[in-house]
Design a binder for this molecule. Sequence first.
Ligand code: NDP
Length: 249
Amino acid sequence: MTMNETTTVKTRAFVTGGSRGIGAAIALRLAEAGHPIVLNFRSNQAAAEKIHAAIQAMGVEVQLCPFDVADAQQSAAAIEALLQDGKGHIGIVVNNAGIARDNSFPVMKQDEWESVTRTTLDGFYNVTRPLLMPMVRQRFGRIINIASFSGVAGNRGQVNYSAAKAGLIGATKALALEVARRNITVNAVAPGLIETEMIQSAPIEKILEHIPMRRLGKPEEVAALVAFLASEGAGYITGQVLGINGGLG
Ligand code: NDP
């Protein structure tokens, strides 16, 4: 085993929005790969505790870290505490926390615009920036941002969400350039329609007609891609947007 492999296996992984859906699947998959997990969520304590218990049952270290990623002060305090807790380097960051508040643009409320853009974009900034310098010092990092097909292609009724996810893709590409020489990779994953609570009210039957595979994706399928991007084997992939969408585009 090389030094790098040792580092990759032992590094802690920080997953935002890890209590449910795609984030929970990512946390479980990274735990399976042996990474101690820091599980962020905002409010659903019961769901977070279920994932916490499942990871503990694997014999992997896990800690809950609840805070609102859109809140600069909460984020700064929580991350400062993590950096001081002596439980090891955080070498993997998965910016997964996200919300959708769909509405047609002429009637989109200020709150619908701000809550979505702030969760995705301020969330990325609040979480990733303080964790970056420790990665630079370690000469190792994997930053994975969960964007969306909606941020690549645009989607009706989602001007706020598409803008936020397209912004996240821009941030991914720019940061990848800044840190490439430090052995830190930064990539975005752009899922199509994935079976989680987020899409409960979507017109699934109608949407399926446009998906070449004629099915929704599974959170575990997104998690497998994220785990690969977090792995040693993905060390030369950076600044990319990887679609996972059943052939949608
Ligand atoms: P879910 O609604 O199922 O889960 C969202 C998760 O994010 C929850 O754990 C929630 O925590 C957390 N969260 C929301 N807001 C905040 C916040 N401000 N601070 C911290 N945590 C927060 O969503 P999905 O699993 O479906 O989506 C995960 C990511 O994937 C999102 O970024 C989404 O935009 C993206 N995506 C999803 C697609 C889909 O089809 N499902 C398609 C493309 C992209 P809690 O419950 O505790 O509040």
